[in-house]
Design a protein around this ligand. Structure first.
Ligand SMILES: Nc1ncnc2c1ncn2[C@@H]1O[C@H](COP(=O)(O)OP(=O)(O)O)[C@@H](O)[C@H]1O
Ligand SMILES: [Mg+2]
Length: 371
C-alpha cells in the first residue's frame, strides 16, 4: 500500500522548514487556528498533484520571506518494484516548476498522482453537493483514472478532439463536412470513456450505499441515491445527437454535449440532497462518497489511497465520527487528519489503531512530533 514515509517542506506557506516521518496508519495533526495544519496537508496535495487544493495561484504558496518552495517526499509501496520512490516538487516565484521522481525530471503531475494516490476531504468537499458538475466529474474521474489504465490517454484524445471541434465552431463560416469527421472521432472516443465510467460506477454505487448505511441518519438516509448522468440524452445515439446539436453549438461556439458534461446526481428522495439534508447529513453523504472511492480503488487495484482529512470533526457528532473512524480503520489507509483538539479525534478510534497513532503538534509554522 502506498504511504508517505518522509515529508520535507521548505518555504511553503507559514512552514519555513519541516521534516516529518509519518506513521503508516493515523497521523493526527493538532494546533490552534492559523498554526499551519491545513498548510501541512496542502503540501502533501502539492506533492501528489503538483497543485494545491486551496488555490491555483502558486505564488500564494511560497513563504512570504522566500522565493521558492520545495516539497520532498519518500513514498513506499511494498507491492511495487521498486518499492520506494523519491518525489520532489519545486516552484519559484520566477515561474520555475520542476517535478522530479527518483532524481529524474518528469513532465506531468499525473506521474505523481500514480505513485501517491490521494483523497482530500475538506470544507471544499461540500462542492460535491452544492457546486458545479465539474467537481463531481473530477471526483469520479479520480477513481476511473486510477483503476482504468486506458482512461488517461482516452481522455487526452477526447479533450484534444473537443478543442479542435470548438475552434472549428468558432472559426466562423464552416461547412458541415468539415465538422463531420470530428463528430465521428469524438463519438468513438466518448463511447470508450462511457464504457469505462459505467464499469466503475456500478461498484462505486454499491460501495456508496454500503458506507452510507452505517451512518446514524435520523431520517432520510435510506432515500439517498446517486446516479451517473452521461453528458447527452440517455438511451439515444451520441453521434446522432452531436450532429443534431451542430447548429446550436455553432451559435454557442462550443460543444454542448459529451463526456465533458457528465455529472453525478445525488438525491434525497425526489430533491437534490443539498436542498433537503442538514449540513451534518450532507457531510455523511460526502464522506460515504470518499469511502466508496477508497474501497472500489482497493477492490480493483489492491492498493489503498492516502487520506487527507482537514477538520474532520466539524459538523459531525460523536456517533458519526466513530462510524468514520471504523470505516477508515477497516480500509487500512494511511491517514493525515487535522483537529484543534486531539480529543475530538482520539475519541473516534479505539483499540490497536491508537497504539500506532502518530501525533504532530503544529505551532507558529513549526511541526513537532509528539509521539
Ligand atoms: N505564503 C505564506 N507565507 C507565510 N504565511 C502564510 C502564507 N500563506 C498563508 N500563511 C499563513 O499561514 C498560517 C497557517 O494557515 P493554515 O495552515 O490555514 O492554518 P490552520 O489550518 O492551522 O488553521 C495562516 O496564519 C496564514 O496567514
Ligand atoms: Mg485549517
Amino acid at each position: 500500500m502506498p504511504s508517505l514515509k518522509k515529508l520535507s517542506i521548505e518555504s511553503f506557506r507559514n512552514l519555513r522548514t519541516a521534516l516529518i516521518e509519518p506513521g503508516e496508519a493515523i497521523n493526527l495533526i493538532v494546533g490552534v487556528n492559523g498554526s499551519g495544519k491545513t498548510s501541512l496537508l496542502e503540501s502533501i496535495s502539492v506533492l501528489a498533484h503538483g497543485r494545491s487544493f486551496r488555490t491555483h495561484k502558486y505564488r500564494r504558496l511560497i513563504n512570504h520571506d522566500g522565493s521558492q518552495f520545495t516539497i520532498f517526499g519518500l513514498v513506499q509501496d511494498e507491492d511495487e518494484q521498486p518499492f520506494e520512490h523519491r518525489m520532489g516538487v519545486v516552484r519559484s516565484s520566477n515561474g520555475k516548476f520542476a517535478i522530479k521522481i527518483d532524481g529524474l525530471p518528469v513532465h506531468t503531475s499525473a506521474e505523481l498522482a500514480q505513485r501517491l494516490p490521494l483523497l482530500v476531504l475538506n470544507a471544499n468537499s461540500f462542492q460535491l453537493l452544492e457546486g458545479a458538475s465539474r467537481y463531481r466529474r473530477q471526483f469520479f474521474d479520480w477513481l476511473v483514472f486510477h483503476v482504468k489504465h486506458d482512461y488517461k490517454n482516452c481522455w487526452k484524445a477526447y479533450s484534444k478532439c473537443i478543442k479542435h471541434r470548438n475552434s472549428l465552431l468558432r472559426s466562423g463560416k464552416i461547412a458541415s463536412s468539415e465538422i463531420a469527421p470530428w463528430n465521428r472521432e469524438i463519438a468513438q472516443v466518448a463511447e470508450g470513456l462511457e464504457q469505462m465510467r459505467s464499469e466503475v460506477f456500478t461498484p462505486f454505487k454499491q460501495a456508496f450505499h454500503s458506507a452510507l448505511a452505517d451512518f446514524v441518519f435520523s431520517d432520510g438516509g435510506q432515500s439517498v441515491d446517486i446516479q451517473y448522468v452521461s453528458g447527452w440524452k440517455e438511451g439515444a445515439n451520441y453521434l446522432e445527437q452531436l450532429e443534431q446539436s451542430e447548429e446550436k453549438d455553432l451559435r454557442l461556439g462550443y460543444t454542448s454535449i459529451g463526456s465533458h458534461r457528465s455529472d453525478l446526481k445525488i438525491n434525497a428522495g425526489k430533491s437534490p440532497a443539498v436542498e433537503l439534508l442538514s449540513r451534518g447529513q450532507q457531510k455523511s453523504v460526502i464522506v460515504s462518497m470518499f469511502l466508496a472511492e477508497a474501497s472500489v480503488f482497493h477492490q480493483l487495484t489492491e492498493k489503498r489511497p492516502v487520506f487527507l482529512l482537514d477538520d474532520l470533526p466539524s459538523e459531525l457528532d460523536l456517533s458519526n465520527l466513530k462510524v468514520i473512524g471504523n470505516a477508515i480503520q477497516a480500509l487500512e489507509s494511511q491517514v493525515f487528519v487535522t483537529a484543534i483538539d486531539s480529543r475530538a479525534i482520539t475519541e473516534c478510534w479505539n483499540g490497536p489503531v491508537l497504539d500506532d497513532l502518530k501525533m504532530f503538534h503544529v505551532k507558529h509554522g513549526e511541526i513537532h512530533d509528539f509521539t
